[in-house]
Design a protein. Structure first.
Length: 494
C-alpha cells in the first residue's frame, strides 16, 4: 500500500497555487506528464530464427523487437536501393511481447532492403543478401590431429561437441562460428578448440552423448570394447560445465560388468530370451519397474536422451528394448522391446535417440535386410510401463541406421543408413530425410520412403554414425552435422 503523508496546513496554503500552475505549465508544454521515450523498433534477418545473419538462404526469418502490442505492422522487402515493386510484403499483428517473427519462403538471389512501417511511418530497416535455395550440399570437416571413431555429435550453446567412440576417446569441441556456414567446394581442415576426457573404464567406449534439460548434466551411454571385459554396457551421468565433464560420473542403469553384456546376461541369443530377461522379476517387470536399475543388464549401452517431462530414455545395442527412468527415484521401466531382431540379429541395436520441442522421444532401430530401419515416436506418460503412447514408421529400403535427428516440431526427421543394393558392400553412407512423417503402430510401422543423399566412396572411406541439427528451433534447421566413424564429420546444408 502506498504511504500517505500529511502536509502542514500552513504549507498547503502557500504551496498549492504554485504547484497547480507548475503542473498546468507542464501539461500544456508536452501534452503529457512524466513521458519517457521507449526503445526503438528493430529489424534483422536470421537464417535459423534465433541468430542474426546478414546473408541468408531460403527460407529465412525477419526478426524484430520493441513494437507496440496488438499493432498492425507492414513488412516489405525491396531490391537494394529501391522502394518499388516489393519482392515480399506482409501485414503482421504484433503479440503482447512486442516481438516480430516472420518466415520468408523465398526471394531471388540478390541484395535487399527490408522495412517495417506502422501507420505509414517507417520503423526499422535491415539490409541483407539473399543467396537463394540451398541444394543440400554436403561438405566434410577433418582435423590434422584426430583420426576415426567419431560417434555422437551434439550442440551446446555456440559449440559443436563430438564424442569419439574408442578407449581413451574424448569429447571434442568446435565453435559453430568457426565452421563454414556456406558449403565450400572442398573438404576443410579445422582443429577442435578443446577436448574433455570423461573419467571412465579403459574397457568401455562412448556410444551416444546428450545434454540434460537443465544443461548441468551430460549423459553418456557406454559399450564394452570386448564382451569379455568389464566397464561398459551402461548409462551414466556426469556434471557438465558447458564444455567439459567433471568427476567420475554416476552409473544410472545397466551393469558395467561381465554380466552386463547381453550374451552373458540372458540365456539365448534371440529377441524372446532378451524380453524374458528384461521383464523378469527384479529386473524391469511390467508395470512396477525396477528401483535398482544398476543391478539389471541392458546389454551394450546405445542411445540416450531426456524427455520434456524429465524422464531419462535410453536404448540398448543388444536387448532391442527402449527404457525410461524417473531421475528422482531411479525407478526404471522397459517401454518397448522389439519382438524380432531380424536377419543377423541386426535390427535390435538402438544407437541414437533424440527429442523434439514438445518433449517427445524418438528412437531408431538399426534395421536389417528383412526388417528395414524402424523409428519410434514416444509421447512420455510418466510412471509405469504402459503409460507412454508409441507410434512407429519404417524407412523403406534402408537399414544399418545409427544416426537420428528431429527438428523442433517433429515434422522433419533425419536418419542415416545404407540401401539394400549396397548393404553387403558399404557401411552407412546415406543421409535420409522424411518430411511430414506418416506414423503407424509398433506392430505395423507405416512405410515412409525417404529422400536420400548418398555420399560416394568405398566402405572404408565413409561410415556415417550419429547426427544432430545445429538449431532445432529454426524453420528447418540450417545445418545437419553427421559424425563419421572413419574420420571427422560432415555438414549438410539444408
Amino acid at each position: 500500500m502506498t504511504a500517505m503523508y500529511r502536509i502542514p496546513r500552513a504549507v498547503v496554503g502557500l504551496a498549492a497555487p504554485f504547484v497547480a500552475i507548475a503542473m498546468l505549465a507542464s501539461c500544456s508544454a508536452t501534452g503529457t506528464t512524466n513521458s519517457v521515450a521507449g526503445p526503438q523498433p528493430t529489424l534483422t534477418t536470421s537464417q535459423d530464427g534465433t541468430t542474426t545473419d546478414s546473408t541468408v538462404y531460403d527460407p529465412f526469418y525477419l526478426l524484430g523487437a520493441n513494437y507496440p502490442a496488438n499493432a498492425s505492422v507492414s513488412l516489405a522487402i525491396y531490391r537494394n536501393g529501391t522502394k518499388t515493386d516489393p519482392v515480399f510484403s506482409k501485414d503482421v499483428t504484433i503479440p503482447a511481447t512486442g516481438q516480430l517473427k516472420v518466415t520468408v519462403a523465398t526471394v531471388p538471389v540478390g541484395e535487399y532492403d527490408a522495412y517495417t512501417t506502422l501507420r505509414g511511418a517507417e520503423q526499422a530497416k535491415a539490409e541483407f543478401k539473399g543467396l537463394g535455395t540451398r541444394s543440400k550440399s554436403v561438405t566434410r570437416v577433418v582435423s590434422q590431429s584426430l583420426a576415426g571413431a567419431f560417434a555422437s555429435p551434439v550442440t551446446s550453446g555456440n559449440d559443436l561437441l563430438v564424442a569419439q567412440s574408442k578407449s581413451g576417446g574424448g569429447i571434442f569441441r568446435w565453435s559453430l562460428s568457426d565452421l563454414p556456414k556456406t558449403p565450400p567446394s572442398t573438404r576443410v581442415t579445422i582443429d577442435p578448440k578443446s577436448v574433455s576426457v570423461p573419467e571412465m573404464s579403459p574397457n568401455a567406449k562412448m556410444e551416444q552423448i546428450s545434454i540434460g534439460n537443465d544443461k548441468k548434466n551430460l549423459f553418456i551411454s557406454k559399450k564394452a570394447i570386448d564382451g569379455r571385459l568389464q566397464g561398459g554396457n551402461s548409462v551414466w551421468t556426469y556434471p557438465w560445465q558447458g564444455s567439459a565433464t567433471t568427476g567420475t560420473g554416476t552409473n544410472l542403469a545397466g551393469l558395467p560388468s561381465l554380466g552386463g553384456d547381453g550374451s552373458q546376461a540372458w540365456p539365448g541369443n534371440n529377441a524372446q530370451a532378451a524380453i524374458d530377461y528384461t521383464y523378469a522379476p527384479a529386473h524391469f517387470p511390467k508395470p512396477d519397474g525396477s528401483t535398482t536399475p544398476t543391478a539389471s543388464a541392458i546389454g551394450n549401452g546405445g542411445g540416450v536422451a531426456q524427455a520434456g517431462n524429465g524422464y531419462l530414455y535410453f536404448g540398448s545395442l543388444q536387448s532391442g528394448c527402449v527404457y525410461k527412468q524417473n531421475m528422482a527415484t531411479k525407478q526404471t521401466w522397459a517401454v518397448y522391446c522389439i519382438p524380432s531382431w531380424g536377419s543377423g540379429n541386426q535390427n535390435q541395436s538402438i544407437y541414437s535417440l533424440d527429442n523434439d520441442k514438445s518433449g517427445n522421444i524418438y528412437a531408431i532401430y538399426q534395421g536389417s535386410t528383412d526388417n528395414n530401419s524402424i523409428i519410434l515416436k514416444i509421447v512420455p506418460g510418466g510412471a509405469g510401463q504402459t503409460s507412454d503412447k508409441i507410434q512407429a514408421l519404417q524407412l523403406t529400403g534402408y537399414a544399418r541406421s545409427v544416426g537420428l535427428a528431429v527438428n523442433a516440431d517433429g515434422t522433419r526427421i533425419f536418419a542415416d543408413g545404407v540401401s539394400m543394393s549396397q548393404y553387403d558392400t558399404n557401411n552407412t553412407n546415406t543421409i535420409l530425410e522424411i518430411d511430414n512423417p506418416v506414423w503407424g503402430t509398433p506392430e505395423k510401422p507405416a512405410g515412409n520412403t525417404p529422400v536420400a543423399t548418398t555420399i560416394p566412396g568405398a566402405y572404408n572411406e565413409t561410415w556415417l554414425t550419429g547426427m544432430t541439427l545445429v538449431d532445432k528451433g529454426g524453420n528447418k534447421g540450417d545445418r545437419l552435422f553427421v559424425a563419421d566413424n572413419v574420420s571427422g564429420f560432415w555438414i549438410m546444408y539444408l
